[in-house]
Design a binder for this molecule. Structure first.
Ligand SMILES: [Zn+2]
Length: 253
C-alpha cells in the first residue's frame, strides 16, 4: 500500500468516526417544522439552516475520482416484519416495525425506515437512475445516521416493491399497518461492493454527518412499478450538491 493510500484510509476512518460521534441531538426529525417541497429547493429560506451546509447530499459520484480501498463489510441481520407504511406527501415510506439491525465499522445501527426517490438523487458519472431506495438506520447511542442506498433501473418486477405499492395508503400522512411481510434481505445484493461518503439527509432539516453507503449493484423494478410510483412522485429528488473537497470511497472487497 502506498503512503498516499494509507493517508486516504486514515482519513476514511476519521470521517467514519466523526460521522459516528459528532451528533448528540437526534438528527432524524419526528415531524417537519415548516412545509417544504421540491419546486423550490432553497430550503434554507424556510429556516432549515443546515441545508446550506458544506457536507450535503446527494452528490455526483465520479468513478475516476473515487478513492479505491479495502473497506469494512456491511453486516446485515434483518428479519421480516409486517408492513407499516405512510405517504408523507414527499414520498412513500415504510417504517420500522420491530428491531432490525446492521453493523458497520464497529457500530450497530437500527433500521428506522425506507423510502423512495424518483429519479435517483445520487448520480454516477453524471447519470441518474430511474429511482433510488434509501434504507435509513440510526446508532441508538450516538444517534448518528447511516443510509443504505440503492440505484434502481428498469427490469424485472420486484416483490418487495409490489407489497409497498399494494399497501399505498389512501390518505396522506396517516400511517397504515398491513398484513404483508417485508423482508429486506430480499433486496440486499449478493455483491455488496459500495461507494461511501459523508453527507446529509436529502430532505429538511438536511442534518449533516450522515454516512451514505451506496451499493454498486442496482436493483430492478419493472417499468409498470416505476410508473405507479412516478404517477404520484415524479420528481422527489433533491438537486446534486457540491462535493466541497469531500472524498468518495469505493469498495474493492
Ligand atoms: Zn431519501
Amino acid at each position: 500500500m502506498t503512503s498516499i493510500n494509507s493517508l486516504k484510509l486514515l482519513s476514511l476512518s476519521l470521517i467514519l468516526t466523526l460521522a459516528s460521534c459528532s451528533k448528540t441531538e437526534d438528527p432524524l426529525p419526528e415531524s417537519e417544522a415548516a412545509h417544504w417541497d421540491y419546486e423550490h429547493t432553497d430550503w434554507t429560506d424556510l429556516g432549515y439552516v443546515d441545508c446550506s451546509g458544506t457536507i450535503q447530499s446527494p452528490v455526483n459520484i465520479l468513478s475516476m475520482e473515487t478513492i479505491k480501498a479495502d473497506l469494512p463489510n456491511v453486516s446485515i441481520s434483518y428479519s421480516p416484519f409486517p408492513i407499516k407504511i405512510i405517504d408523507n406527501g414527499h414520498t412513500l415510506q415504510v417504517n420500522n416495525n420491530g428491531v432490525n439491525k446492521i453493523s458497520y465499522n464497529g457500530h450497530d445501527y437500527e433500521f428506522k425506515q425506507f423510502h423512495f426517490h424518483a429519479h435517483s438523487e445520487h448520480q454516477l458519472d453524471g447519470k441518474s437512475s430511474e429511482m433510488e431506495l434509501h434504507l435509513v438506520h440510526q446508532d441508538p447511542n450516538s444517534k448518528a445516521l447511516l443510509v443504505l442506498g440503492f440505484f434502481i433501473e428498469p427490469g424485472s418486477a420486484n416483490d418487495l416493491f409490489d407489497k409497498v405499492l399494494k399497501n399505498w395508503p389512501k390518505e396522506k400522512e396517516v400511517e397504515q399497518t398491513g398484513t404483508d411481510s417485508i423482508d429486506l434481505n430480499s433486496i440486499i445484493p449478493k455483491d455488496k461492493k459500495y461507494f461511501t461518503y459523508t453527507g446529509s439527509l436529502t430532505t429538511p432539516p438536511c442534518s449533516q454527518g450522515v454516512s451514505f453507503i451506496l451499493f454498486k449493484q442496482h436493483l430492478n423494478f419493472s417499468t409498470e412499478q416505476i410508473s405507479a410510483f412516478t404517477a404520484v412522485y415524479d420528481h422527489n429528488a433533491r438537486p446534486i450538491q457540491p462535493l466541497n473537497n469531500r472524498l468518495v470511497f469505493e469498495d474493492l472487497n
